[in-house]
Design a protein around this ligand. Sequence first.
Ligand code: NAD
Ligand code: TYD
Length: 368
Amino acid sequence: MANLLVTGGAGFIGANFVQYWAKQYPQDRIVVLDALTYAGNLASLQPVSDHEQYRFVRGDIVDQDAVAALLREEQIDTIVHFAAESHVDRSISGPAAFIDTNIVGTHNLLQAARSVWLDSDSAPMSHRFHHVSTDEVYGSLGPTDPGFNESTPYAPSSPYSASKAASDHLVRAYHHTYGLQVSTSNCSNNYGPYQFPEKLIPLMIVNALDGKSLPVYGDGSNIRDWLYVEDHVRGIDLVIKKGTVGETYNIGGNEEHSNLDIVKTLCATIDAVFSDNSELAERFPHAPSVGGSATASLITMVKDRPGHDWRYAIDASRIENELGFTPSHDFDSGLRRTVTWMLENEAWWRAILDDSYRDWIEDQYEQR
Ligand code: NAD
Ligand code: TYD
């Protein structure tokens, strides 16, 4: 039995992780610590709200004393650290929050863990600090470069990836210097249920359903490797349970696609679901299919993102060979599942698009 602290558990990947862990290991205590920034959403944790071993705490990872007190109170032995500012475009327009949360926040979390797990009067307890990071720390690849492996030198190029790179180095330093039992996973682009509709795939789906333009940056040739979020959380589970302390594992889907191809595939998928289900026309009267047009007619090429990394690709042979990880969803099936989930969970994303949503969340929190 373990006592987990999941930071950023109300975000996209964190919420998927909490739902997975509660099902997989029902005896484990799961304490979610989340500041509920614009990206945090209690509705994403609703499926575990009745789980006996679950507790939600609203708090900031920068607050080292509060984190240390929570670690002691809940006798936490495992930290799974998702909390971050995660959107590259926001890091370009406002980098300061990325420095605060991703660098200072991660450092303060490490300090809190060190003070409770290593520096207390009692003998050091068995523990694990798992840090969730990104392939973006390795920078951008050319068309024929091999995928990133765990020895690829760091070359981050956006304020987001630079802040994540700094956090990775701090996590490693706390292992080498103080003996903190850490592990890190660097994963490629995720997609799936509960993703905030500012990221490529959910944004394109909600815009297509509402008949709004689908903005593709630059010429749309930029390539990412895509992994369905359930596969990512399974990979993290493997690293926590079977990975070597102090090591890093790259996780990827072996699914490289250009942005324009992805948007076109999504458009075709949406056209197909509308032609199979006549009820959708009533729910989404502005969708192009309703007026007899193709969803792809909404695609609009727009000004490129500054410093836009061209290609990311992952060499996942280490986690495959050492821990037996393989993704169970390919991109086509993952995309279809994601579109289906968005259609079945319109209330979840409508609430986010609604301006009054943040106020509602504040009210909900005040009433708890
Ligand atoms: P997200 O933006 O959806 O969620 C982040 C969560 O962290 C939110 O719930 C937010 O409220 C919380 N948070 C932010 N600042 C906080 C603070 N100071 N204290 C406490 N909580 C705070 O992010 P995501 O897409 O779920 O990503 C989770 C982690 O995975 C991040 O560390 C990210 O770098 C990493 N990652 C993401 C992807 C991806 O494709 N989304 C890929 C690889 C790695
Ligand atoms: P994003 O989902 O923001 O993830 P990241 O930048 O972390 O990879 O973007 C994925 C890709 O899609 C990236 O190359 C930028 C591109 N993109 C668009 O073309 N249009 C958009 O509206 C968004 C949000 C992203």
